[in-house]
Write a protein that binds this ligand. Sequence first.
Ligand code: FNR
Length: 181
Amino acid sequence: MKIAVFVGSLRKDSINRRLALALEKLLPSGVTFAYADIGSLPLFNQDEENNPVPSVTALRELVASADGVLFVTPEFNRSIPGVLKNALDHGSRPAGKGVWRNKPAAVLGMSPGAAGTAMAQQHLRNVLAFLNMPTLGQPEMFLQMREGMFDDNGALGEASAAHVQKFVDAYLAWVTQFQPQ
Ligand code: FNR
């Protein structure tokens, strides 16, 4: 099973990228993460949608070949980062040829603030609903970054790992439901 992973931050030390990498350590064998390179995408311009540059083609191929799509995103000004919306827009076009439709999705995120990206996740859910992506409802995963959250190997501490493992298991069961028989 291949999961396309979209991290909504381009920052080298992104806590959301660290979260995605920590999640990867909780996967059972046979499940792999493939990370989308959203930083290499141009700003979406509808004039170019029929002449995609290689980074757009790569995004489309990644999603098309994936069994599911996982969004690990920070919250920017109570919404999703523009770089992530840009990627969503690219994958949605040209009309009728979008790649998102029917791909089982899940969203989670981490913030230094107590709200743990809740508002961004709700905005993202709106977009995913329009794109016709069946999105895991529960458990929700709003994480607050705390000192010592990740160990030296990038793994989550015991308590957080147990909490996040439930999310991972629920998402993989969700994806399985949508796999062709
Ligand atoms: C933020 N941050 C932030 N945090 C939050 O909880 N709610 C918010 O609305 C915002 N808004 C916001 C806007 C912008 C432009 C920046 C740069 C930051 C703080 C944010 O959660 C923090 O910088 C995280 O560390 C960003 O995630 P990454 O890059 O570490 O994954």
